[in-house]
Design a protein around this ligand. Sequence first.
Ligand code: ADP
Ligand code: GLC
Length: 478
Amino acid sequence: MTRAKTLKVLSVASEMVPLVKTGGLADVVGALPAALAGQGVEMTTLLPGYPAVMAAIGKAKKVPGIDQVLGEPVRVLSAKWADGRKLLVLDAPGLFTREGGPYGDPNGADWHDNWRRFAVLGKAAEMLAGKFDLVHTHDWQAAMACVYLRYAGGQVPSVLTIHNMAFQGFFGGEIFGRLGLPDSAWSLDGVEFHGGVGMLKGGMACADAITTVSPTYAREIHTAKFGMGLDGVVRARSNVVHGVLNGIDRAEWNPATDRHLPATYDTKSLAKRKANKRAVEQAFELDRGDGPLFVMVSRLTWQKGVDVLLEVIDHLVGLGGRLALLGAGDVALEQELVLAAQRHPGRVGLNFGYSEPLSHLMQGGGDAILIPSRFEPCGLTQLYGLAYGCVPIVTRTGGLADTVIDANPAAMASGTATGIVLGEATYDDLSLAITRAIRLFEDRPAWSKVQRTGMRADFGWEASAAEYAALYRRLVAA
Ligand code: ADP
Ligand code: GLC
């Protein structure tokens, strides 16, 4: 057998663990290079030069020849992250050297010039693309790279991965003239969308292939319910839309080696989880006890069904459950959660903010993780839950539907059940799911069987990395 030629791929994204993260996008972008290395793909990741990124890269070489992009003074720096990941960093102080988050100011308001910040990122990717066989972009913040590549002649193929259709990068039509694109890009085949500029839409129109992060979500976005206004574009490009399930990074998420757990364990030593449960109780000021401990680790948004969770908290506590919630996001939801916790001292504990260590501890010590999302392109927390024996309770949608097997009588009998699946994010369905979980929990042998089955399921990157590599090779050969 002859070895296939190494493919050089430029991955373009606005987040990557451990440098900058607001959600699962960062985990996936961070895991892809190592996952694809095993497939003969050498991946370099282009990131914006946010302060955290600039501080982390240390010694970096300037890439010659790129001093400005769309009129913005920039430097492109080439660096290697400690574990060998190759990075290109777009140092554009006028755009990225700011206090606040990657997309907004410290008060949570979007940066007024987000269109320019990410158009410049996309254009820089196109200017760098000549050194690569293919460009792989993630979400609207990177999608403009596909547009610039197409209007530059399309020699280097591009893939756009949609991690979440709810974020589209839609801006007023007045910015079009400042994007440095030909007039022909103001069209159905380009960035124009309902009289404005749609960056995700433009990427979808121009990419050679579109992927999303689970097979079910790939089907769902063809419909008005999940397409968020872009389902027509999805249908028009249906022949290049693929669902490739995310994996998890076993180096980071493994209960047998996790440095954030007071007690590490595996399928043969589930009893050790008890020490972690005690630590969760302490961290969330919950009563000590062996009854069911539900956890939730989530952005606090409508997508994640946090409002539905609020409705069922009394039910959950009424049945003897406790809840530990770690989350950040919508302030109104936070306030309502505080009221619920005040109603149930010792039974409901909250932590607002972002904590990687706590998120690991909760998977290692919680009995079940609640993910009542209204839609979920893939979802990673249920995969972490499976790996850690923290039984996922999920809505039957997107990647949740693709990864969790409901503990119905047939699945219990055949030993394939890994969690509890509810129909829709509604009070009725979620409260029933919680009742079912508590009953199952009381049948200890059945519960530990479900935990172990989930822990043995393989959600590593192997299979999906092979799918990405095969897709890249088809496009490069075309
Ligand atoms: P999404 O990307 O839509 O937020 P995912 O389930 O794909 O959903 O990924 C969420 C990621 O962010 C997971 O790694 C999860 O552990 C992490 N996460 C979410 N909220 C928090 C938080 N408040 N603190 C720490 N980690 C969090
Ligand atoms: C998005 C989605 C989530 C997915 C993640 C990584 O943030 O909301 O479902 O797991 O991207 O692909």
